[in-house]
Design a protein around this ligand. Sequence first.
Ligand code: ZN
Length: 333
Amino acid sequence: MSKGKAPGQHQRKGMTLMEFFDRFPDDAAAERYLAEARWPDGPRCPHDGCDSANVQIVKNRKPQPFRCRTCRKHFSVRTNTPMHASNLGFRVWLLAMYLMVTGIKGTSSMKLHRDLGVTYRTAWHLSHRIREAWADQQSLSFFDGPVEIDETYIGGKAKNMHAKDRERRISGRGGVDKAAVVGAKDRATGKVSAEVVKAVDAPTLREFVDSHAAPATTVFTDGATAYRGRQNHHAVLHSLGEYVRGEVHTNGIESLWSMLKRGYVGTYHKMSDKHLHRYVSEFAGRHNHRPLDTADQLTLTVNSMNGKRLPYAELVANAPAGTAVERDYCEPW
Ligand SMILES: [Zn+2]
């Protein structure tokens, strides 16, 4: 292993912007690729409860390019994905995915707005729809272990916040003015899973551990007393200045926190309570795809869009007037 490189990562194949445009010279090429990535074994009907592979290609594409012979409904590669009802071209979608997949510290909506030539509002909705693809992949994880579990806190000073945000702030370790995120990392696979929690108390943490690791699985944490009593639990005592004791440490999951925080400080500057879970999904999803070639990261992202939708109305639901579209970038210079 050469110095300064993480194991395995020097072998992954990237994709330059030039290669991207060679591969997707127009919308038709992008659409073909999206269909192949979504349905590697040929198109399947995406209408609710159907999933039939008995699909006819509609030559004149009217009203849509595919027709299901089973439920007789038409569909396209957008149907029942976050691309549903979107007017954006296929290449714009793919390029946005490319930017978000390769932007390891995140990609602000302002950058997407500028790079893609769409309105800020559209760029913001677009980025959240792409995060949706990464949403459940990690929250459904159940790990063989050993598993590292740790919490972190994201957010700014309470005095700069809306009163509503402030009320929702958690109490417990780490600071009352921040939102808490709990995460797990499987040492066996390197996969992570993380979610926003309302409180960092024993019941919440135990529920999180139990949903990611079987009782017999070895669990490493820092000194949080909430985990005490669990069998096969080993803790380092950060409070006493102890960070690593042999294999007992949480350095793996902490690398996710450090990337998430770099994204918060360096790219987004704000992750509202309302949408924090989406950013957490983004960083965890990207972490889990990290060892793969860029082309495979793109394919997996498309493949994970199946059955997920995030209409604009749903994204902005319950936002106070004038605050629906949020700012996730620093002031332009
Ligand atoms: Zn059907």
